[in-house]
Ligand binder design. Sequence first.
Ligand SMILES: Nc1ncnc2c1ncn2[C@@H]1O[C@H](COP(=O)(O)OP(=O)(O)OP(=O)(O)O)[C@@H](O)[C@H]1O
Length: 453
Amino acid sequence: MMPWLRSWVLKALRNARGFCGPHRQQPPLPDPQKIVATWEAISLGRQPVPEYFNFAHDVLDMWSQLEKAGHRPRIPAFWWVNGKGTEVKWNFEELGEQSRKVANVLQDMCGLQPGDRMMLVLPRLPEWWLVSVACIRTGAVVIPGVSQLTEKDLKYRLQASRAKSIITSDSLAPRVDAISADCPSLQSKLLVSDGSRPGWMSFRELLREASTEHNCVRTKSQDPLAIYFTSGTTGAPKMVEHSQASYGLGFVAIGRRWMDLTKSDIFWNTSDTGWVKSAWTLFSAWSNGSCIFVHELPRVDAKIILNTLSRFPITTLCCVPTIFRLLVQEDLTRYQFQSLRHCLTGGESLNPDVREKWKSQVGLELHEGYGQSETVLICAVSKGMKIKSGSMGKASPPYDVQIVDDEGNILSPGEEGNIAVRVRPTRPFCFFSCYLTLLYKALPTWFSTLVAH
Ligand SMILES: Nc1ncnc2c1ncn2[C@@H]1O[C@H](COP(=O)(O)OP(=O)(O)OP(=O)(O)O)[C@@H](O)[C@H]1O
């Protein structure tokens, strides 16, 4: 064959097979607004959930490409400060690189396979966000916990979940050592520390050596992503499993509508990393291309929070009502929050007095939201909604939320009852998959919880 003809045939074949060689031009990147709008439509239940979905590959790596192509302002994707002058800033590309390294550590050093479970108990350190993303890259199921867990709590959680690996810091490691002989499933322990400890692998050392090359696993939308233990208000903590889609896609619209997040926003949620709210922030902020801001905040201190809000260009703030109660006790006229424009709260009842004080001194409303470990956001006061004292807002789509009696009958306005989410005939995709032992099928038509206030 003539050389020019051969090269023409080869080129045509390559293009026909979708070969990504040097001759083939990459298709132009879609408009970020259109991509987020598609994810948002899925998260509102208006479009079907795709069969395969992986947040790290489909969302974070997409933002990394969009960012490289100049479709995002030059703000970090992750911004961590410790209040002592140390800062960590990653854009989406750097976040991708770092989390791929962690994925290699989890796979090669901890032997984690898709579906294996890893317990993640760290204070607000950047490693928490890296491990969360790395678990998604490897298909490992993350089980976050708070640093206050006692030996008994740890033993219960490790035994019940049959976690294969745990990653934690110096303060919790002795408690894990005290009970690990009773947890036969636990095969590897990673320590996030500048020191070392017998029986533990040094996470930071392994990370230094790890490769940045990693192939993200292809996960189905229904594959497990995370297991949360509920607070145990009404009995022993239950193990709630969420899927790749329920968390990975379930927060896009919540991020847009309740949190009012865009690719230009810098979002600070002061929540402990062990609470679901930390994961809620991760998925809602990053799917909308926003920056997650974190202060190490070893102890809750109103002055530190107010100074941080004055010093950094934080646009969106989320704290539990208890923290807002502390903040409004300070002299807020001494602070200027140049960039702050939207405030959120949830996790416990908000006292109207706190909302009014915040509004009168800062000039911003507090937008309340309500949800449980089993759900994403159930109802909320979205931006622009009329704020009524004592109300937690309106149903957050795709949920059909009603107030029902103990038999599941819908009550009239003004009657006291249970907050209920309709789960039959159509199960909302963002609802939890199952309690680890109690199958979803066992639930009645309404999933309900006693109204707490
Ligand atoms: N805006 C809010 N106002 C009042 N309470 C809230 C609000 N948001 C969340 N909550 C509380 O947080 C709880 C969700 O916490 P979580 O799912 O961890 O477990 P739990 O329901 O407390 O515990 P368990 O199911 O183990 O008894 C809600 O049930 C509710 O009591």
